[in-house]
Design a protein around this ligand. Structure first.
Ligand SMILES: Nc1ncnc2c1ncn2[C@@H]1O[C@H](COP(=O)(O)OP(=O)(O)OP(=O)(O)O)[C@@H](O)[C@H]1O
Ligand SMILES: [Mg+2]
Length: 242
């Protein structure tokens, strides 16, 4: 045994193909998410970012290829089993429960847990997102878009995910709120939460990521150090407005 063998990535996607009926949406995509790091997946509208996340967490299982999570082959596992394994998707459009209060939504995030630290984690979320403390008893459906995004993030974190997958957390939000969301992501990064971040806001995603993949019409066309991608002419032209 070699004690110095490197820790394998928390998530490894190997050569997956995903179809919607006859539409070949994801073509031979491979990617890795190392533990404790923030990995970004960027790409234009319709590139296949959401489909990749869905394939990972069982919502749209791949036809070929493999998804290995925490050293286990989870390819085709049902979504609830993925959640039980600590693989949590915070979907596009937030999907909070509008008729429940902020606190009730947060508490639901912990439904897979039965440990003694849930109350402490609730307090931790209120510290991380002070607005959720102010709005604790308010119905979630009455929150602004940015507040709903914070709640969706907080709820996902309440499950203590091993991997947090975020689908466009900045979508449709005002610039100041987007800055706040990215501040929270930076804070989570400093806490070594493992994150796979999907964004159309490529510049902001590349600024905080440890590693990034560029998806184009269902294929990974580029990957590497985000600082280098930020200086790459083709990436700049395609995703960063020249
Ligand atoms: N339910 C579906 N049925 C058929 N085709 C789909 C379905 N969902 C997505 N697609 C197609 O799969 C491709 C990838 O879509 P996907 O939603 O993964 O892209 P995306 O990168 O997340 O785009 P966006 O930035 O708009 O969210 C697109 O061509 C899209 O039209
Ligand atoms: Mg999408």
């Amino acid at each position: 045994m070699n004690d110095k063998a490197p820790d394998p990535p928390l998530l490894e996607v190997q050569n997956i193909d995903v179809f919607y009926g006859g539409i070949h949406a994801i073509k031979n995509v491979s990617l890795a998410v190392p533990r404790g790091q923030l990995t970004a997946l960027i790409g234009a509208n319709g590139a296949g970012k959401t489909t990749t996340l869905k394939a990972i967490c069982g919502l749209q299982p791949p036809r070929n290829g493999m998804v290995v999570f925490d050293r286990q082959n989870i390819t085709g596992f049902a979504p609830h089993r993925c959640v039980e394994h600590g693989l949590v998707l915070c979907p596009e459009g937030r999907r909070i429960f509008p008729d429940l209060t902020v606190d009730e939504n947060l508490a639901l995030g912990a439904y897979t847990r039965n440990d003694a630290e849930i109350a402490g984690d609730m307090q931790g979320m209120r510290d991380l997102f002070p607005i959720l403390k102010e709005r604790a008893t308010q119905l979630a459906g009455t929150l602004s878009g940015g507040e709903q995004q914070m709640l969706a993030l907080g709820r996902a974190l309440m499950s203590r995910p091993k991997l947090l997958m975020l689908d466009e957390p900045s979508l449709g939000l005002a610039p100041l709120i987007i800055d706040r969301i990215f501040e929270v992501l930076k804070e989570l990064k400093s806490r070594r939460v493992t994150i796979l971040l999907v964004e159309q806001n490529a510049r902001k995603a590349l600024e905080i990521a440890d590693h990034a993949y560029v998806l184009e019409t269902g294929r990974v066309v580029n990957q590497g150090d985000p600082k280098i991608l930020l200086r790459d002419d083709t990436v700049m032209k395609a995703y960063l407005g020249g």
